[in-house]
Design a protein. Structure first.
Length: 384
């Protein structure tokens, strides 16, 4: 009998410790779970996706997530395969620590991959550091995913304040920035070169001025162009119409917003926000094509009051200081899609619904597939 009591006490202590670990893990999961698109397929989730179980074995640096990602259970083998394949969908889920070098990396690190027996995995950078590992200088695991380097961010801030500025290669070298490196960074994160990015900012600034009533000549020279003919040709190529037709032509302004879950592409028209998607989403190019067709407009890099407001409210949301958004939304789509998206916004914060439950809430219990398809076409992540 005494032996049984001792065993029960030990089991109770073990359960208390495990619950404490689970509580900490759930707090971490709430911050990064939205990055797991596989969870969005079986469930329609409002704001937060939940990790069902997160168990850390005692005295073991590696961990096991009792959750299926697609058809795989998160074991050491699955995480090692994701590390070798540089699978970005695992970004934020684990960090790989290399025993032979003493560093820890992101799953997408481009460094040479170690042998399986020389790797252990951690759920957070803090735990990797506490076990004696230092951050990799190549993938910078302590930074936000896709975070803009400080030197590049300084240039972007200057361009946003004064779009007429023109950074040439010699100017960049004087600042200690390699033009080739900058070109590669923009191609990777914006899909265009740095000089194309500058050109779009200047044209967007000119578009706003002409739209507000400025003369074409004044807008051209204020935007940094030395000749009116050069401005007219560039404007027509970029916007799709000559400057004289600006007042009847719409433009979609796009900005890259960095979040703890990774960079997002935000697009607005004058009426409000029309797209907010993570930049690694596979359907991103399709969504851009849909928007340009619906609005009959070109997408240009630039700034906009709605974009600045969206960036500010997203930052407050991820800091835990906001649950509802006040950003005006523009949702082009069919009447059924708009009903589905409207119902999505009625799901209480922190709760989930299945597609079936969502179909029943809409009064069409047999249209589960249609509801799922409309949910997949939602272009406003996090907010809807």
């Amino acid at each position: 009998m005494i032996v049984c009591m001792v065993i029960r006490l030990l089991q109770s202590a073990k359960n208390v410790r495990r619950m404490s670990i689970l509580t900490q893990a759930h707090m971490r999961a709430r911050l990064c779970a939205t990055r797991w698109p596989s969870l969005k397929r079986p469930l329609i989730e409002k704001k937060i996706n939940y990790l069902s179980n997160f168990r850390l074995p005692a005295r073991c640096a590696s961990f096991y997530i009792e959750r299926k990602k697609g058809d795989d259970v998160m074991t050491h083998d699955v995480m090692y395969r994701a590390l070798v394949e540089k699978d970005s969908s695992y970004e934020g889920i684990f960090f790989a620590a290399i025993k032979t070098t003493g560093i820890f990396c992101r799953p997408t690190c481009s460094a040479r991959k170690p042998k399986k027996e020389n790797v252990e995995f951690f759920p957070t950078p803090t735990e990797a550091i506490l076990h004696g590992y230092r951050p990799c200088k190549m993938c910078s695991p302590l930074d936000k995913p896709g975070e803009t380097p400080r030197a590049i961010q300084t240039i972007l801030d200057e361009l946003n304040d004064t779009p007429a500025l023109h950074f040439r290669d010699d100017t960049l070298r004087k600042r200690g920035i390699d033009p080739a490196m900058l070109r590669r960074w923009f191609k990777k994160h914006h899909g265009i070169t740095f000089h194309s990015y500058q050109r779009m900012l200047r044209i967007n600034a000119a578009y706003r001025k002409i739209k507000d009533g400025a003369r074409v000549t004044d807008a051209a020279f204020d935007s940094g162009y030395a000749s009116l003919s050069g401005f007219t040709d560039t404007y027509k190529t970029t916007v799709g119409v000559p400057p004289s037709h600006t007042r009847t032509q719409a433009v979609i302004t796009m900005m890259r917003i960095e979040t703890p879950l990774g960079p997002m592409a935000a697009c607005v028209v004058d009426e409000g926000l029309c797209m907010l998607e993570f930049t690694d989403r596979r359907m991103l190019e399709t969504q851009f094509r849909i928007l340009t067709t619906r609005f009959r407009a070109q997408v240009l890099q630039g700034t906009h009051p709605v974009l600045e407001r969206a960036s500010r409210e997203l930052a407050e949301y991820f800091e835990g200081r906001r649950r509802a958004f006040t950003i005006p939304l523009v949702l082009p789509g069919s009447e059924f899609q708009k009903r589905v998206w409207s119902e999505l916004q009625q799901i209480p914060y922190g709760t989930t619904r299945s597609y079936k439950e969502q179909a029943e809430a809409l009064g069409v219990p047999h249209a589960v597939r249609a509801v799922a398809n409309a949910n997949g076409m939602n272009r406003i992540a996090i907010i809807i």
